[in-house]
Design a binder for this molecule. Structure first.
Ligand SMILES: Cc1cc2nc3c(=O)[nH]c(=O)nc-3n(C[C@H](O)[C@H](O)[C@H](O)COP(=O)(O)OP(=O)(O)OC[C@H]3O[C@@H](n4cnc5c(N)ncnc54)[C@H](O)[C@@H]3O)c2cc1C
Length: 260
């Protein structure tokens, strides 16, 4: 099986088992909207089941929809939970900027520096993929929607516990971390075309982020430093594959530190 599909499946399983017990994790019905109808969604192998949504139930202009139930991870809540878990089991934490791995005195180093790996590992294969989202007040929706047909202007609506996330953009090689004029209105207009209830939703904030892009994830031992495992370059799918990648890294660490 393709590695990304295997990582996605493992991650799906972990998040699904956390629903109801871990803050920020729930399941949501996600509908992918398409202008043309392929035989099946490209992501069909990564989910347990999916169904076709017929055109009369879709927003105007769409020929097909595929629906599935997926884990929804509210990143702030989930990262706080993970951070607390590490603190509770006594993992020491030190914050600092690393110029070289030689600064670290450790038996094993796992490099999860995302876009920072471009400089830290001189990895020219890394590139930013700029994203923008609008966070609005909560609108009671029971489905998430995504239209990925325009690859640099992805449109998506994600209803969360206390708010809604409206997206977005995916602009390759764009490093700008400011919000440009017109971007928030463009996102809101596109999302309201999918879900009219969003037209009057009160905006709370607009955020920009840079996805750590790479043609393939680099999850491998370093070819020169025998202590170093790389795990970066997850692009716009870092949450989708995180636990699958983490399991693989954990077994690599386990092989080289069998007695611990
Ligand atoms: C708008 C937007 C929407 C997204 N939506 C989704 C989605 O729906 N589903 C999904 O799966 N993913 C999504 N993603 C992608 C996901 O957020 C990323 O893939 C994920 O955050 C990557 O995680 P990471 O830990 O590898 O890198 P990062 O989160 O970038 O973390 C890297 C860390 O390394 C640190 N660092 C870098 N260099 C150094 C250095 N030299 N020394 C010390 N520290 C360093 C950085 O400060 C940072 O803290 C989205 C991203 C954006 C921007």
């Amino acid at each position: 099986m393709d590695k990304v599909v295997a990582w996605s499946r493992a991650t799906f399983k972990t998040f699904a088992a956390e629903v109801g017990t871990v803050p920020g994790v729930s399941m949501v019905r996600m509908v992918e909207l398409l202008r043309e109808r392929p035989p099946r969604p490209w992501w069909h192998e990564a989910v347990e089941s999916w169904e076709t949504v017929d055109a009369p139930l879709l927003p105007a202009g769409y020929a097909a929809g595929f629906a599935t139930s997926v884990p929804l991870v509210e990143s702030g809540q989930y990262l706080n939970y993970l951070h607390q878990k590490l603190t509770d089991i006594g993992v020491a934490q030190q914050i600092g900027f690393l110029k070289s791995f030689s600064e670290l005195d450790a038996d094993v180093v796992v490099n999860c520096t995302g876009l920072g790996a471009r400089r830290l590992c001189s990895d020219d294969a890394m590139y930013p993929i700029r994203g923008v989202v609008v966070r609005t007040e909560r609108v009671p929706l029971y489905e998430s929607y995504a239209d990925d047909s325009d690859i640099s202007r992805l449109t998506y609506v994600i209803p969360r516990t206390a708010d809604c996330i409206l997206g977005g953009f995916a602009q390759r090689d764009d490093n700008a971390t400011i919000v440009r004029d017109g971007e928030a209105d463009d996102i809101r207009r596109r999302c309201a075309a999918l879900v009219p209830e969003l037209a009057n939703a009160r905006p709370l904030e607009v955020k920009v982020g840079l996805r750590p892009g790479r043609e393939t994830v680099r999850l491998a031992w370093d070819s020169e430093d025998p202590r170093l495992i790389h795990n970066y370059g997850h692009g716009g799918s870092g949450f989708t594959v995180c636990w699958g990648c983490a399991d693989e890294v954990a077994s690599m660490v386990g092989e080289c530190l069998p007695d611990r």
